[in-house]
Design a protein around this ligand. Sequence first.
Ligand SMILES: *Cc1c(COP(=O)(O)O)cnc(C)c1O
Length: 227
Amino acid sequence: MSNIENNLVRVRHSIAQSALDAGRNSNTITLLAVSKTKPAEDIEAAVKAGQFDFGENYLQESLVKMAQLQSHPIIWHYIGAIQANKARVIAENYAWVHTVDRIKVAERLSCYRPSNMLPLNICLQVNIDGEGSKSGCQVGELEALVKAVTELPNLHLRGLMAIPRPGSGAEPFRRLAQLRETINKTLDIPLDSLSMGMSQDLEQAILAGSTIVRVGTAIFGPRAQVM
Ligand SMILES: *Cc1c(COP(=O)(O)O)cnc(C)c1O
């Protein structure tokens, strides 16, 4: 087996084990393989091992790889920072966007989503640590953003996403799960997804209810420093 194939087996096993510990069915958890900075050959090796969801952060780089991998039935997820002037390219090329944190970007994604494609699946990124990072909406802004996004015709609001500060434990994951509960109950908007957990903390995220873990290093190995 290739390294990537081996790593995928290991990551899937740890997802299954965490699901078991949490008393959850592991088929409610999607493994998103984060392939930023990695070549198309690495993605192809993962596809051969049965992996079809891939996450990318850098738009130019991802478009090149998409062209190289056209013949594979890959589901592409955008998980990078979004500049409003890049919304069109994202809307035209991706199936999911996990990092929507403001209405202007959501409006543009909906506006530019081609009518012959399914609605774009959206997770709203929440700044769950407060001042911990710059990206993500504040918790207090979330309700208005949820309401606005559900009104947009070419978006399908699926859930919430967060990138807690490394080493902050299970607490931020529990808070994000609680926010989803609150939205489901008080706004009666059924969000089915919680995009949380990476290589270092996927177990804790699954225990707190994650439905999409975004895993790079544990599958593809360490990344060279970028920019
Ligand atoms: C790079 C990245 C990941 C993957 O991180 P690893 O620690 O390599 O698993 C997950 N989510 C986002 C948003 C990322 O940018």
